[in-house]
Design a protein around this ligand. Structure first.
Ligand code: GDP
Ligand code: MG
Length: 306
């Protein structure tokens, strides 16, 4: 039986749209995305430039759907890999987005690269919210002058101080985002949180553990590919075989460690986290392979989807 709405009552409006998250590396874009979604879709590390691809995160609310685009940080690029990452970020801004979140690290304040970003944003037709992140690290007295500086850089934009890490002010932020979206349909089914496949997530989590566990210059020149991803339903087990590509012979022993200790540690950390995300037991096997100069090789970058 269908019930007609009482006459004169409008159907509740539904809003939807795409919102790009931009900002310098390491300001907390991926942390913010994960916190807004309540689920981990982007890797977070204390070092800059770890998000390489554009990652979509989907937030479905009763009356709205926001599709967030996490971008690699915008910075002055040197290597081919870095230049491609910046190109991805800039493309996001030029493509049709309905809104932009410009994330600034409140502790570090405005840098030269932020001024570059502000210039781009002033030319963009999408409305920008300025997100002053990491307010847990600064005093109120420092926040006010920074907010004034932001409003001079991007006149008319609303400024929202938050702590992505501690979840402070994120509800308000979400409310302000939704308010600015146009009316539109639900693009993705309710349970869908990201467009990334589980394979991609597995590779990213391995890469994150490499960042967190190894030091020196190794992690920047690392890529992870998934060679096998098999679900053994009868055993509720997923078998994953992955290769870590490094671009120098000298990096291999660092990743493998003393009698394989480092590789084991990376594998264990990745497995534990992935088991939590995928909800299944995991058998994870890692290999290390030297691919000379892959960070400068367009063919290799294409193959890795970069
Ligand atoms: P991205 O490069 O912009 O994506 O930055 P990430 O999300 O990877 O975060 C970079 C670092 O900043 C990580 O160590 C995060 O834990 C940290 N971080 C992110 N947001 C906050 C915050 O609100 N407060 C504090 N104290 N640290 C944060
Ligand atoms: Mg990131």
């Amino acid at each position: 039986m269908s019930v007609d709405p009482p006459s004169g009552q409008q159907p509740p409006s539904h809003r939807s749209g795409f919102v790009a998250i931009v900002g310098r590396p390491n300001v907390g874009k991926s942390t913010l995305l994960n916190k807004l979604l309540g689920e981990k879709v982007a890797i977070v590390t204390p070092r800059p430039q770890t998000t390489r691809n554009q990652i979509k995160g989907i937030k479905t609310l009763p009356n709205a759907q926001v599709i967030f685009l996490d971008t690699p940080g915008i910075h002055r690029a040197r290597s081919l890999l870095n230049r491609r990452m910046v190109a991805t970020a800039l493309k996001t801004l030029r493509d049709d987005v309905d809104g932009i979140l410009w994330v600034i690290d409140a502790r570090e304040g405005i840098r030269g690269e932020d001024e570059d970003i502000a210039r781009l944003l002033r030319e963009s037709s999408a409305e920008t919210l300025v997100v002053l992140n990491k307010i847990d690290l600064v005093s109120k007295g420092k926040l006010l002058p920074l907010m004034e500086r932001c409003s001079r850089l991007l006149p008319g934009a609303e400024i929202v101080p938050v702590s992505a890490l501690q979840g402070e002010n994120l509800e308000l932020l979400l409310e302000l985002i939704v308010k600015r979206l146009p009316e539109g349909p639900r693009y993705y089914p309710e349970g869908e949180v990201t467009d990334q496949t589980e394979r991609f997530l597995a590779a990213e989590i391995v890469r994150e553990k490499i960042f967190l566990l190894t030091r020196q210059e190794v992690p920047y020149a690392t890529a992870v590919t998934i060679d096998e991803f098999t679900e053994k339903e009868e055993k509720s087990l997923i078998v994953i075989k992955a290769t870590i590509h490094v671009d120098r012979e000298s990096h291999k022993p660092i990743l493998i460690g003393n009698r394989g200790a480092m590789l084991k540690e990376i594998g264990t950390a990745a497995r534990e986290e992935l088991e939590g995300i995928l909800g299944w037991r995991l058998f994870l096997e890692l290999f290390v392979k030297v691919d000379r100069d892959w960070t400068q090789n367009p063919g290799a970058l294409n193959e890795l989807g970069l």
